[in-house]
Design a binder for this molecule. Structure first.
Ligand code: ADP
Length: 653
């Protein structure tokens, strides 16, 4: 062998030994004749172990035929062959490999063996598999997965992107991403790309994108940088999720919640109101808002005190002037359905309704009337079933009012009807009460004059020296007249309280002294009862002395009247923290808790009195009014069966 050949041989040997790939040579009987260190690393057998062994020991039996075939092909074709197959390591592990088979020839060019370069492709296979998994995921994703260069050119486009945006992969790839962006949002893309260039991910960015058909889509975007092998950012991957349905559902929910809130507030608001106009306005405003109407109106039939009917109306969404020129709704075919209580009229376009435009003189809407296309009218029926009015809504666009709007208005209309019925009842009661007050004022005034005259005549009679039966009758008449005077005075006072005309003349006086005087009088006029006073001296008040006397007299007289079995009546007065507290206590039957709540109201009398006691149920009402006007308060403390204490407190001067 010459030096060149020798040199060549060593070179080959060193390459053979240093190769990363396993190189195995074998003869035509498959017996291994060479085995490099890489083969040892790959299969785990040493060269020594393998020399003379067949190549079949490196594969599972199912690959034997393939191996034989490979050799046959090589012998026939004589060319280099490549293919993927699987080999088995010492550990039994199956290794995916890429084989390069080359014939080994002798100097006469006869093939005497085969060299196999065995490349371990486990990694490549794994990557390939991983890629397959990724693409399956991306392709299967409902989200749009798009990648683009830093210049915004689309490089990949999955099925999800096609479904969401409407462009096929072919249509989208190579185009600029602005294909999906409305012109007024293009700046957004610059901002996103700027973040990506800084290596920052953009997470769940909610925005709007445009479909191929021009429709707007609500999307949530997540954009991440794509890096090459050196970590350099070369593009962006973008996941777009169509959240239109989600946003719509959210908006619908929000709308529903708002509507519920309005509905609730209407119920509460109108049931608290007794003023018709306030109810009508509240209902009109709320329903106009709920239906999304451009304007709404509530027409309400009312009957005045003379029995004449007329119509009130409230408007919402338009100023009153907008309707000023138009007559009240007439009995046209369209309105008839509502005012006769026939039912709801809801039309996407009322001008196309067969009932529309049939009546003289306008044949449709009067000139200058607000344009109404969408129309909704709901009758408002009272509990007795009579139509008390109607709610009307209009919009210049067609198809605005839906079934849900109709349902809401019907619901509100029934609440409104109850509130209006209540308000009517309240008005009637107020009217009756006003008439009663008028009557009381008149009666008290008319009664006072003859009483004054009678009292004068009796006093003249008493001055004569009457004797016997005449004297007795005159004295009885005087007492009866005194009782009558108290009743008429109470009636007179009450009419003044109602008219806000109860007069007061304030002065400083000693309340203790006043109480003492009153009790002295009672001691004389009511024999057989003890009036026990415990009075702190000098209790000065600023008040109307006569009215204060009326208060104390009334309380003591009540104790006498309503506690006939009480042997004593305690009257105390004391100063306490800038106030004077006066208490009249009896030991009679007391007052039940239920009655305590009412005895200070007008005309309230406890009915289960065993003995008839005269009275109008006005004394305590007037008493409370007087105490209130003195800046004080009055209350009762009583345990039924254990007497009653009437206590009042007035400011100390
Ligand atoms: P009247 O003017 O008819 O006496 P009042 O307004 O003074 O009416 O009292 C109202 C009601 O309170 C009376 O009908 C009576 O039943 C009850 N009442 C008042 N004072 C007492 C009392 N000391 N004990 C029991 N009941 C009383």
């Amino acid at each position: 062998m010459d030096t060149d050949s020798l040199h060549e041989l060593f070179t080959f040997k060193s390459i053979f030994e240093g190769l990363e790939d396993a190189v195995i040579c074998h003869d035509l009987d498959q017996n291994i004749s060479n085995w490099n260190p890489a083969a040892e690393r790959l299969f785990g057998y040493t060269k020594k172990e393998m020399m003379g062994k067949t190549i079949f020991s490196l594969m599972s039996p199912e690959y034997h035929t393939e191996q034989e075939q490979m050799i046959k092909d090589l012998l026939q074709g004589g060319a280099v062959n490549h293919f993927y197959t699987v080999r088995r390591a010492r550990t039994g592990k199956q290794i995916p490999v890429f084989l390069t088979l080359s014939p080994i020839r002798d100097k006469n060019e006869n093939i005497i063996g085969v060299s196999q370069i065995v490349r371990n492709v486990t990694k490549e296979k794994e990557t390939e598999q991983q890629q397959a998994v990724w693409s399956a995921i991306i392709e299967g994703s409902e989200d749009a997965v798009i990648s683009k260069t830093l210049d915004g050119i689309i490089i990949t486009w999955n099925k999800g992107a096609e479904n969401i945006f409407g462009y096929t992969e072919k249509e989208a790839i190579g185009k600029h991403i602005s294909l999906l962006i409305a012109p007024d949002r293009l700046a957004e893309e610059d901002r996103i790309i700027a973040s990506i260039k800084r290596g920052e991910k953009v997470d769940h960015y909610q925005t709007v994108r445009i479909r191929k058909d021009g429709a707007e889509l609500q999307v949530s975007l997540t954009v991440s940088p794509i890096r090459d092998g050196d970590g350099e950012i070369i593009g962006a991957s973008k996941i777009a999720r169509d959240i239109t349905a989600y946003i719509q559902a959210e908006q619908a929910l929000e709308k529903k919640a708002k509507q519920l809130l309005i509905l609730n507030s209407i119920g509460k608001n109108i049931s608290e109101k007794l003023d018709v106009n306030a109810i009508l306005q509240k209902v009109t405003d709320a329903t106009t808002n709920l239906t999304g109407a451009a304007f709404g109106a509530f027409f309400y039939n009312k009957v005045n005190s003379e029995g004449e009917s007329y119509m009130l109306y409230t408007l919402s969404g338009v100023p009153r002037e907008a309707f000023a020129e138009f007559p009240m709704p007439r009995n046209t075919a369209v309105f008839h359905a509502t005012f006769s209580g026939e039912g709801v009229v809801r039309a996407d376009d009322i001008t196309k309704d067969p009932r529309y435009g049939k009546n003289d003189p306008h044949f449709g809407m009067p000139k200058g009337h607000l344009p109404v296309v969408s129309y909704l009218a709901v009758p408002v029926l009272s509990s007795s079933g009579t139509v008390i009015g109607g709610l009307f809504f209009g919009h210049p666009q067609p198809g605005v009012f839906l079934e849900e709007h109709e349902d809401m208005v019907v619901n509100v209309a029934s609440q409104a009807a109850i509130a209006l019925d209540n308000s009517k009842l309240f008005e009637e009661v107020s009217e009756l009460s006003r008439k009663k007050d008028e009557f009381i004022a008149l009666a008290a005034h008319e009664l006072k004059t003859p009483l004054t005259s009678m009292s004068g005549f009796l006093q003249i009679l008493q001055k004569n020296d009457l004797e016997g039966i005449n004297k007795m009758f005159v004295e009885k008449s005087v007492r009866q007249l005194e009782k009558l005077t108290v009743l008429v005075n109470d009636l007179f006072d009450i009419s003044k309280v109602q008219a806000g005309k109860l007069q007061f003349n304030f002065e400083l006086f000693d309340l203790s002294l006043l109480i003492e005087e009153i009790c002295e009088t009672f001691k004389h006029s009511v024999p057989g009862r003890e009036f026990i006073t415990v009075l702190e001296p000098r209790l000065i008040v600023k008040g109307d002395k006569m009215r204060m006397e009326q208060v104390i007299t009334n309380l003591v007289a009540n104790a006498v009247k309503y506690a006939p079995g009480s042997p004593k009546i305690d009257i105390t007065a004391a100063g306490k923290q800038n106030e004077i507290i006066v208490c009249v206590k009896d030991y009679g039957p007391g007052i039940s808790r239920e009655n305590q709540a009412y005895i200070f109201t007008q005309f309230y009398r406890v009915t289960n009195d065993e003995h008839h006691v005269s009275g109008l149920g006005l004394g305590l009402y007037i008493t409370r009014e007087i105490i209130k006007r003195h800046g004080g308060r009055i209350w009762v403390e009583s345990e039924p069966g254990n007497g009653a204490s009437f206590i009042f407190a007035v400011p100390q001067a």
